[in-house]
Design a protein around this ligand. Structure first.
Ligand code: COA
Length: 226
């Protein structure tokens, strides 16, 4: 059954959870899934007032406000609860993790689909705001306290305000991250060597001889500097 799988998933993901029974009885992240199932069913059958009433009961009990229209995939893990809001047109894939203080909300500028869509296995850190009809790709991780305003690709880590992608497939995307601050390349010297090589080539071609190799040129340059 879906809800039992949800409870088992929470137990597996939370090192502090001792048993499934504990999750079922005491975890707000599980309780809100039960409320939302009912509210979403009522919403889908056009019982909008009742749907909203159930959703508000859930909010009152857990501090998590999920609009009855939001579509939530399998095995969502909401850790801690409190201060969480998912808007009406939010869509969440399977196996996502969401911490306290997260908003999946609108910017106030869009109509129709105006809330975020999360792929599968997405992690949204505590306090993060994802605003507008943005898409967050599968396996993306958004750092705590970020504000996401644009689509994020799959398999990335994004952090900051506004959120910037800092890693894709565990590789830093900003070349500055890889810069060796201790051993900076000497660009002027490299350029001069390259120029010398090209002048040497032109000179020897003009004389009809074989051009010197780059190593030979480097050797001559060192000898000249002595
Ligand atoms: C982003 C996160 C998921 C880590 O993902 P990751 O792919 O393992 O990324 P890394 O830890 O390698 O961090 C990548 C870079 O982002 C920085 N970073 C990580 N989290 C950040 C954050 N929340 N805000 C700003 N920068 C952050 C790191 O310092 C690192 O910078 P560097 O490359 O200059 O060293 C994790 O840091 C995070 O924020 N998790 C949310 C946890 C949470 O909300 N917990 C609440 C428990 S109650």
């Amino acid at each position: 059954m879906g809800l039992l799988a949800d409870a088992r998933n929470i137990q597996a993901k939370d090192p502090a959870a001792r048993s499934v029974v504990e999750v079922i009885l005491l975890y707000p992240g599980f309780h809100i899934l039960v409320y939302h199932r009912i509210a979403h069913w009522l919403y889908a059958h056009k019982h909008f007032f009742l749907a909203r009433w159930v959703s508000q009961r859930g909010r009152h009990k857990t501090g998590i406000e999920i609009h009855p229209g939001a579509k939530i995939g399998k095995c969502l893990f909401i850790d801690h609860g409190m201060g969480i809001v998912f808007g009406e047109t939010t869509e969440i894939g399977d196996n996502c993790t969401i911490y306290h203080g997260v908003t999946l909300g609108g910017t106030g500028k869009d109509k129709g689909k105006r809330h975020p869509t999360l792929g599968n296995n997405v992690l949204i850190g505590a306090g993060t705001k994802v605003l507008g009809p943005v898409y967050i790709g599968d396996n993306a991780r958004v750092g705590a306290g970020s504000v996401v305003l644009h689509n994020l690709p799959a398999n990335c880590t994004a952090v900051g305000v506004p959120a910037e992608v800092v890693r894709i497939n565990n590789t830093a995307v900003n070349p500055a991250d890889d810069l060796d601050q201790q051993d900076l390349p000497d660009l002027v010297s490299q350029r001069l060597t390259e120029l010398e090589r090209r002048i040497g080539e032109v000179e020897t071609q003009a004389r009809g001889a074989v051009p010197p190799s780059a190593q030979e040129l480097e050797k001559w340059r060192r000898a000249d500097n002595r």
